[in-house]
Design a protein around this ligand. Structure first.
Ligand SMILES: C[S@@+](CC[C@H](N)C(=O)[O-])C[C@H]1O[C@@H](n2cnc3c(N)ncnc32)[C@H](O)[C@@H]1O
Length: 269
């Protein structure tokens, strides 16, 4: 990577970003169960070329407040494990699961880099907007590779960086937030090295910019309720942060990467 952040981050630091209050505040923009743009439509969009079967086993890494886990369990009768490092995210998901306890979901606290996920367990592993927090992506991706069944799919989407000429402002932003954004190509290369077959990769910056616009719109529509709970200062803070992020997408600094990868049925010797 050309950009090497001087700050290091730890899962402990990251978990404090995802306090219950912060999660609920983000849900005002993203919708209940989501801490990323696009809600259930984004799941359908990302999985449009992925074979999904009723009764499949799913692992949702960095599940946040559980929207994706609920989606797979409800729509595909999937047995789902949702895992997240943040205790508040897991507690909130478990509270919501109590209201739908017939669903075969378990939510577990864990760090993707160190939690033993077992071998050949899951038909589908989903991971959205998590690895930007990790400087060393190899441990987590290896863990995911091992846990995927041969023939299973890894649907990975994350904030990436553009291929060239990042603006100084964006570089500073990455540094300040302790983000470790890679290009899509760098991510695909390491996944292949680990053993994945990358079947598709896409740059979804325009999609992301449109979704950020939609988030802003939702926030404006819910302004009064938001102000009552979080106040004017946080409203202004979120609005200006989103406007900046939209600009980063338009400048090709910030890229939503989508990578669809599989674990081959047979190892190539
Ligand atoms: C931007 S949120 C996305 C949440 C969810 N994937 C979604 O789309 O709504 C990032 C999530 O990754 C989790 N996370 C960050 N580092 C992690 C790690 N090392 N292991 C597991 N989860 C992690 C955070 O706690 C947070 O819930």
């Amino acid at each position: 990577m050309s950009h090497s952040p001087t700050h290091t981050t730890t899962p402990e630091k990251e978990a404090s970003r995802y306090s219950k209050r912060n999660i609920l505040r983000s849900e005002r923009m993203y919708g209940t169960g989501f801490n990323s743009s696009g809600g259930t439509e984004s799941i359908e969009f990302f999985c449009q070329d992925v074979p999904l079967a009723q009764g499949m086993s799913v692992l949702d890494i960095g599940c946040g407040s559980g929207g994706t886990a609920f989606y797979f369990a409800e729509k595909y009768n999937a047995t789902v494990v949702g895992m997240d490092y943040a205790a508040d995210a897991i507690a909130l998901s478990q509270d919501r699961l109590r209201e739908q306890s017939h669903l075969p979901i378990t939510f577990e606290q864990g760090d993707i880099q160190t939690t033993d996920l077992g071998r050949d367990r899951f038909d589908l592993i989903w991971c959205r907007d998590v690895f930007i927090y990790l400087q060393d992506k190899s441990k987590g991706w290896r863990n995911i590779y091992n846990a995927l069944k041969p023939g299973g799919y890894f649907v990975y989407s994350d904030f990436c960086k553009g291929d060239s000429n990042l603006s100084p402002e964006f570089r500073e932003h990455l540094e300040m937030c302790n983000y470790h954004a890679w290009t899509i190509a760098q991510s695909c290369d390491l996944m292949r090295e680990i053993g994945f077959e990358v079947v598709d990769s896409k740059n979804l910056s325009l999609w992301l910019a449109e979704n950020f616009q939609a988030d802003l719109h939702k926030l404006e529509q819910n302004r009064e309720a938001f102000l009552q709970e979080f106040g004017e200062e946080e409203y202004q803070h979120l609005t200006s942060r989103w406007q900046v992020k939209i600009r980063y997408c338009q400048q090709d600094d910030l890229v939503q990467g989508l990578i669809i990868a599989t674990k081959r049925e047979f190892e190539i010797s």
